[in-house]
Design a protein around this ligand. Structure first.
Ligand SMILES: Nc1ncnc2c1ncn2[C@@H]1O[C@H](COP(=O)(O)OP(=O)(O)OP(=O)(O)O)[C@@H](O)[C@H]1O
Ligand SMILES: O=P(O)(O)OC[C@H]1O[C@H](OP(=O)(O)OP(=O)(O)O)[C@H](O)[C@@H]1O
Ligand SMILES: [Mg+2]
Length: 285
């Protein structure tokens, strides 16, 4: 019976865990209330959640044991699992970068012969191979920044968000970021997923759109409507409806949340009135 449910892997701990549960809850799914719970069945929505280490999620999905997972792009690439990205989720953003004590390394070519510590040895070994650099890689579980001070490594490759951990350890980044990461929805490569996966993905897409857009309504005179619509082109096309007032129309369009205030100012300048911006709670586009 429970095999008809879509089986979804979710981070049980770490940076991605809370945000993953939040987006699922916003998409209408049940989530655990106890941080120690291992699995959760949401029969009404036809899904079962498995709370796993984010590092292991790509393996379960790549093997086909679980249908879908939420993990970091960096972890997916590090795992080498046969899984692929189905949707970028917009949280857990970070860069994966090399760092060392100031002045030790000028550019990535100076990595030759150095000792590199990292928790992402798969990503680092591949990078070195692609750049034809011969260096030794030590895999550590975490707190990688401290390894330089302790004399275990000359260089680290690690997740950088604000950079404050690096600063504390007296390290500086060098070279271009090895990769840009964020939380992603993953599925098995080449998997022929059932319709229930499409429903799941559409729900999450709906949350992402609802988070980044507002609905804008305003009234404008007919002769200015083309200029106004150019400011609010929407995702598909704005709705323009007649108003009882002669020569005026009502416009309804989706606007990116981060530009909404500026767009409202410009609409006002153009002569629009009754300008309203409303949150979208959910949508299917
Ligand atoms: N400070 C951070 N900011 C944003 N994303 C991060 C940060 N630290 C780790 N991540 C992301 O979280 C994922 C790793 O999750 P994981 O739970 O293993 O590590 P963690 O969040 O560092 O947890 P832990 O407490 O176990 O060290 C990766 O995708 C990584 O890019
Ligand atoms: O640039 P920042 O904002 O400082 O964030 C980056 C740090 O956050 C994570 O560490 P975490 O606290 O998860 O510890 P860990 O190294 O043991 O994983 C990551 O591994 C970096 O060390
Ligand atoms: Mg960590």
């Amino acid at each position: 019976m429970s095999h008809d449910l879509l089986r979804i892997a979710i981070p049980n701990k770490g940076s991605l865990s809370q945000s993953a549960s939040d987006i699922l809850r916003e998409a209408g799914y049940k989530q655990r209330s106890d941080g120690k719970q291992l699995t959760l069945v949401d029969v009404d929505n036809g899904v079962e959640f498995f709370y796993l280490r984010p590092r292991d999620i790509a393996l379960y999905v790549g093997e086909g044991t679980l249908d879908v997972g939420i993990t970091g792009r960096d972890l997916l690439l590090d795992s080498g699992a046969k899984a692929e990205e189905a949707l970028e989720l917009g949280f857990g953003r970070s860069r994966f970068r090399f760092a060392a004590r100031p002045g030790v390394i000028g550019s990535v070519t100076d990595l030759a012969g150095k000792r590199i510590a990292t928790s992402y040895d798969g990503v680092v070994r591949r990078y070195l191979e692609e750049h034809g650099i011969d260096a030794s890689v030590t895999r550590l579980d975490g707190a990688v920044e401290t390894s330089v001070q302790l004399g275990v490594a000359d260089v680290i490759a690690d997740v950088v968000e604000t950079g404050s951990t690096l600063r504390q350890a007296g390290l500086e980044v060098f070279g271009e970021p090895i990769l840009e990461s964020e939380a992603v929805l993953i599925t098995r490569s080449g998997a022929d997923l059932a319709a229930d996966f499409d429903v799941f993905r559409r729900r999450l897409e709906g949350v992402l759109v609802a988070r980044s857009y507002v609905m804008m309504d305003y009234d404008i005179s007919e002769e200015r409507v083309e200029q106004a619509v150019a400011l609010t082109p929407g995702i598909e096309s704005p709705t323009v409806s007649p108003l009882h007032r002669e020569g005026w129309v009502a416009v309804r369009s989706m606007v990116r949340r981060d530009t909404a205030q500026r767009v409202m100012d410009e609409l006002w300048e153009l002569g629009a009135r009754g300008i309203l911006s409303t949150d979208i709670h959910a949508c299917r586009l």
